[in-house]
Design a protein around this ligand. Sequence first.
Ligand SMILES: O=C(O)CCC(=O)C(=O)O
Ligand SMILES: [Fe+2]
Length: 289
Amino acid sequence: MAEVTHLPSNCSVPEIIEVVERDGTVIVEDMVSPSWLAEFNSSVQTSIDDYAPYDYGDPESIEFLGRQTVRLNGLISKSNNYIELMTDERLLGVMDHFLAPNCGQYRLNSSEIIEIHGGETAQDLHVDDVIWPVHHWAPDRLLQFNVLLAATDFSATNGATQVVPGSHRWNDPERVAKPEEIAHAIMTAGSAILVSGKTLHGGGANTSGERRRAVCTSYVLGWLRSQENHFLHTSLEQARDWPERVRQLMGYDLYSHYDDDLAAGPLGYYEYRSPAVLFEGTPSSFDPD
Ligand SMILES: O=C(O)CCC(=O)C(=O)O
Ligand SMILES: [Fe+2]
């Protein structure tokens, strides 16, 4: 049976990059502190308790998104400390390596709680990049990168993410993973699995009945439309209180990147200017150094 490489809590960005280059995935142990996780879990508990299942429409979507799975977005509005996770220096260092070369500026794609309950069946293995057609036009260009933080322990019976190490290098999109190529992301609460947009993965089956909660943070090339519509989950008033880097990741600024290898933009302007004009004079606590 395949396994995901685990790196210790204090691992460096180059160590993470090395494993992800090789396997398309890695687990970083204890990525967040127990106190951060306890605060996050308690902030989002009411939203989870209030969750009413959606009708996702077609049977394929229902099957994919899960019948016994709670899915919530807009985490920046649901927990005050989510900002710390989405701007984690190591994570952004990894995104600088994998996404910045294809866009200059990457953005938050989605922030999602995926809580798998008892009776849920395993999700089909898939690659997340497939939602943008450019994935088929330029299959070797990474579009998106996902970080699934375990907010509860992940076990083989409660729905731990399944992942196929090395599949990010497969050339045949029709290739089916053999059972022995599939690993379970078994990890303790506070650890995280990083999954590139080209790596086969999917939620696992929950046969134990013990709830499995993941906090998923994905980043996307800045010139692609994000899956989550951040502007409907937040407001200008909220954005004024965020550090500038957070506003940028959320898309409250102009995307423009011009150099010899890659020219893209301007995108997302406001009255032909950067939305940053709306925040002029707003103090920002973000200090890139
Ligand atoms: O919940 C998981 O472990 C993975 C979910 C997933 O890959 C997805 O919904 O795209
Ligand atoms: Fe996925």
